[in-house]
Design a protein around this ligand. Structure first.
Ligand code: GDP
Ligand code: ADP
Ligand code: 5GP
Length: 213
């Protein structure tokens, strides 16, 4: 694939570590003219909507049959089974968005992250750790969106998700939210300045500088 101006970012974490909140806060920050527009990728899932979740906004909610039909059509950039449900990222949406120079954020699990890294090695992957196991449980409880049995299942999966932290380019410990958000912003801003991106963005300038007598 040719270099696209949009950057692809992956955020992964155990459920409740704060990745959705961080992505939301990052996207709602006043856009800086020097930086790329940003979008979060809306995944397809077979999980049931939580109270307040809107189809097409938080997820595209589909049945298992519909999801399997999409797999057969190769509609997914990546997909995985997480907590007993399918989750997947639409291929066409990612490609179209990146080619418009928009940065795309994927909130996906480690299995999906591995698939994306293999397909697009210059993807920037970030793993979010909670400051402690107790804090992780407290956040899941306080979020008030999942039943106790679902929380127990997610806590049981947390260690296995976290054991993949060192497959990621960056690791953030989400203790103080504003500090983590600042760290995340720095990573995002720096990605835009990578040589491969600057080469495309400033092609005319670089050609003129290199051809100068
Ligand atoms: P959260 O952990 O509270 O954000 O709960 P969610 O139900 O939103 O997500 C459940 C799991 O599915 C998490 O591990 C996500 O990272 C993962 N996930 C969400 N969307 C995708 C996706 O498009 N692809 C993959 N591979 N995983 C996803
Ligand atoms: P995830 O998307 O990783 O499952 P969320 O973004 O839904 O996690 O965060 C889980 C809960 O923890 C939410 O209620 C959120 O408001 C809260 N939260 C996230 N980050 C912090 C933080 N640094 N300090 C305190 N609470 C946080
Ligand atoms: P939740 O059910 O709490 O919305 O999501 C549970 C987990 O699924 C989270 O860790 C989230 O990152 C992951 N997830 C959500 N969408 C996708 C996706 O499209 N692909 C993959 N691989 N994981 C996803």
């Amino acid at each position: 694939m040719t270099t696209q101006l949009g950057n692809l970012f992956i955020l992964a974490a155990p459920s409740g570590a704060g990745k959705s909140s961080l992505i939301k806060a990052l996207l709602s920050k006043a856009p800086d003219v020097n930086f790329n527009p940003k979008q979060v990728s809306v995944s397809h899932t077979t999980r049931a909507p939580r109270p307040g979740e809107v189809d097409g906004e938080h997820y595209h909610f589909v049945t298992r049959e519909q999801f399997e039909a999409l797999i057969a059509q190769q509609a997914f950039f990546e997909y995985a089974e997480v907590f007993g449900n399918y989750y997947g990222t639409s291929r066409i949406t990612i490609e179209n968005t990146l080619s418009q120079g928009i940065d795309v954020f994927l909130d996906i699990d480690w299995q999906g992250a591995r698939q994306v890294k293999a397909l697009m090695p210059d993807t920037c992957s970030i793993f979010i750790l909670p400051p402690s196991t107790e804090t992780l449980r407290e956040r899941l409880v306080k979020r008030g969106q999942d039943e106790q049995s679902v929380i127990d299942k997610r806590m049981a999966e947390a260690v296995s998700e976290m054991s993949h932290y060192d497959e990621f380019d960056f690791v953030l410990v989400n203790d103080e939210f504003s500090e983590t958000l600042q760290e995340l912003s720095s990573i995002v801003e720096a990605q835009r300045l990578r040589t491969a991106k600057q080469k495309v963005r400033h092609q005319a300038l670089i050609e003129s500088l290199l051809s100068a007598e």
